[in-house]
Design a protein around this ligand. Structure first.
Ligand code: GCW
Length: 681
């Protein structure tokens, strides 16, 4: 039974709509693929597996072209493509895009899947399968698709001892101890799943890095994984511990301007590329939360990033340098620190460096405004970092679909330019003409049978890939196709689950951190409410630092009369947030210390509204439970029950959040809960 969760969205059960199955069977009879390289072999294999399952009969690979052949190949294999598709249309596909077209070829009706490069055909094959999995018509296809973002990556926070930082789905899937000799089937299925959604790179190791991964025996293990991933167009990347030259290189310093240090990294890069010729490059967390970095030697982040960039540049590698930095010594609002640190460095980074920025200025909260660095560094490609693992959004216990969160950020207008400067356009690189672009998701994958612990965690992984490919897809479209592939195409099921998924993020915000509250969860583990906590070793880890509740009101004043973090945004963005009266309620306490009696646009006071939000969060979880309970007949018992039990815990914990927060904040507001709501005890 356990298979149901393991198979993710690659289920390929025979299509349960008889009429449609009949049509598909006429339209698809065989595969013809010039499988003369590993990627094309993988594409052919995937198509064969998928189609044979979906159509409930063997779909053979053959040399002939007959009615119903799926014809796959590059223009070099199939020169007629040059007559069919003009050169500019082909060029627009880049290295990874694809075309799928229904055509007449040699007098036969065939479906052509092509691209400039093998990878495009692989992605085209998966796209074709998705059309069938979601039961779309395939009679007259004319699809052309290319990824909007080049680096579409997972970031694993996986340690070498197989623990996973902020991982809630078991151990790391990398079985380092038995690598490189033992290749777990999971690695292959991981590659297949990622390729199916366009993910083309994976950072194997935690940003809180261990230098050991860069030693020869460990690199052999990394090379073995790279071999599994290569036919699926997935590159491996590693995190580079900045002090590695000292820790494993026996040097006295890791100063990026020191010749020996530079040479050490160049030699290390050469060694890696000898083993892994298509190695992607490094991801670095430096001078943040105790990690070493260039500032330990009075050098800048640019000095550090450029040194590593120079080491990998001859091999075509890149460096992703994280902007998640804030200092325990600085009295400055934590919100402002990354911007203060990085904005002045714009223009100083090498061409093969990207700065990787978390979606918001604090830390993957249920809701954050977009990070003020987006739009503020036009000369530098900025990569998006999202968190799939639900560190602050209920671990692998709460059902929270993050699509709406991701889209809210991408759609935000930075106003850095008069037009074309949404966060999406900054990240794509179109706003400032960057050729390098990237989007990463901190992985929620572990050794649990169903990969992500919560069956719905899979949707967040899926969404990262689909959005990195095409950020114009809506959260609804992505949820819809994920549900159909993962569970069922039955309309009543799809409609109900889609509603539940789309509402789930706002529901979580309501029972955890409504109205712009943030960072009020349990200290250290980050689970459950602890708004009262004030004992952390540094002020900016304490919930009280963030909510600032007192007898007057609650919230963090980040306007000009407060920390003035707002000044980091463009004037048009500042205007949206700077006045209490007009600031959207969902961001209110991010930017204002609001009196308890303050009347919001609804006419209700802040205190009343806060309570109502918490109560409605709980009620909505109960609505989710009722919706789910009506779906038993549509799906396997195992996943039905898992979700049912998890929702029951989510309900209890929503009550926990509500009661804890209402009771605690009430000690400041000194007011009863609004009429009609039951006072918690
Ligand atoms: O969110 C915080 C987490 C840390 C994490 C850090 C980061 C990898 O609590 O566990 O460390 O962010 O993103 O670097």
């Amino acid at each position: 039974i356990a298979e149901d969760g393991y198979r993710l969205w690659l289920r390929y059960n025979t299509i349960d709509n008889a009429t449609l199955l009949q049509q598909y069977r006429l339209q698809i009879t065989s595969i013809n693929c010039a499988a003369d390289n590993d990627i094309l072999k993988a594409a052919q294999q995937e198509l064969q597996t998928g189609l044979s399952g979906l159509l409930g009969r063997e779909i053979p690979a053959q040399k002939a072209v007959t009615n119903g052949t799926i014809l796959m190949g590059l223009p070099t294999h199939l020169p007629f493509i040059h007559q069919l598709v003009d050169d500019t249309a082909l060029a627009r596909l880049g290295e990874e895009g694809f075309i799928i077209r229904t055509i007449r070829h040699e007098g036969k009706n065939v479906t052509l899947i092509t691209g400039n490069k093998e990878a495009g055909i692989l992605y085209g094959a998966f796209h074709f399968l998705r059309l069938l999995q979601t039961q779309q018509p395939i009679t007259s296809l004319n699809i052309s698709s290319a990824p909007k973002i080049h680096l579409r990556l997972l970031n694993h926070w996986d340690n070498l001892n197989r623990t996973v930082e902020r991982g809630y789905a078991g151990c790391s899937i990398w079985d380092w101890q038995r690598l490189p000799g033992y290749i777990d089937q999971r690695y292959l299925d991981y590659a297949r799943a990622n390729a199916s959604i366009g993910i083309n790179g994976t950072v194997l190791t935690n940003v809180n890095a261990n230098a050991m991964i860069l030693t020869a025996p460990w690199l052999q293990k990394v090379a073995a994984l790279a071999r599994v991933f290569r036919p699926y167009n997935i590159k491996v990347y590693l995190t580079a511990r900045f002090s590695a030259p000292v820790e494993i290189g026996k040097l006295k310093t890791a100063d990026p301007l020191n010749d020996q240090v530079q040479k050490w990294w160049k030699d290390k890069a050469d060694e890696i590329y000898r083993l892994i010729p298509d190695f992607g490059g490094f991801l670095v967390k430096a001078n943040s939360e105790g990690q070493p970095g260039p500032q330990s030697y009075q050098r800048t982040h640019a000095d550090g990033a450029n040194m590593l960039a120079d080491a990998v540049a001859p091999h075509g590698g890149i460096v992703m340098w994280r902007a998640f930095v804030y200092s325990s010594e600085s009295p400055e609002d934590r919100f402002k620190q990354a911007y203060n640190e990085f904005k002045p460095l714009d223009g100083q980074f090498r061409k093969n460096v990207l700065i990787q920025v978390k979606n918001g200025p604090i830390d993957f909260q249920p809701r954050e405004p977009f990070h003020p660095l987006f739009g503020a560094m036009p000369q530098t490609p900025l990569m998006m970092e999202y968190q799939l693992t639900q560190e602050y959004t209920g671990f692998a216990t709460h059902l929270v679909y993050l699509g709406p969160l991701f889209k809210e950020i991408l759609n935000a207008d930075t106003h850095a330019k008069s037009n074309n400067s949404s966060v999406a356009q900054i990240v794509e690189g179109t706003a400032d003409n960057h050729t390098l672009s990237g989007m990463a998701g901190v992985s929620n994958i572990g050794s649990d049978i169903n990969w992500t612990g919560h069956p719905f965690g899979q949707a967040n992984w899926y969404t990262l890939g689909r959005l990195a490919w095409d950020n114009t897809l809506t959260a609804q479209q992505i949820a819809n196709e994920w549900i159909r592939q993962t569970f069922s195409n039955k309309q009543a099921f799809v409609d109900t689950v889609q509603k539940l998924m789309l509402a789930s993020r706002e529901i979580m915000v309501n029972y955890m951190t409504p109205l712009g509250l943030h960072h009020i969860m349990g200290y250290g583990h980050h689970y459950g409410p602890a708004p009262w906590y004030n004992k952390a070793p540094r002020a900016d880890w304490n919930p009280v630092y963030f909510h600032k509740a007192d007898s007057i009101g609650i919230g963090f004043n980040r306007t000009a009369t407060g920390s003035n973090a707002l000044a980091q945004y463009q004037p048009a963005v500042q205007q949206q947030f700077e006045h209490m009266a007009t600031c959207p309620e969902q961001f209110l306490l991010w930017f204002h210390h609001v009196p308890w009696n303050y009347k919001l646009q609804s006419g209700k006071t802040l205190w009343e509204t806060l309570c109502i939000k918490y109560y409605s969060g709980v009620d909505s979880v109960r609505w989710m439970q009722r919706s789910w309970n009506g779906l038993q007949r549509f799906i396997d018992e195992e996943r039905f029950k898992q979700v049912q039990q998890l929702l029951a815990i989510q309900e209890q914990e929503a009550v926990w959040w509500r009661n804890a927060c209402v009771l605690y904040f009430q000690t400041f507001s000194n007011k009863p809960v609004p009429a009609g709501y039951e006072q918690p005890d």
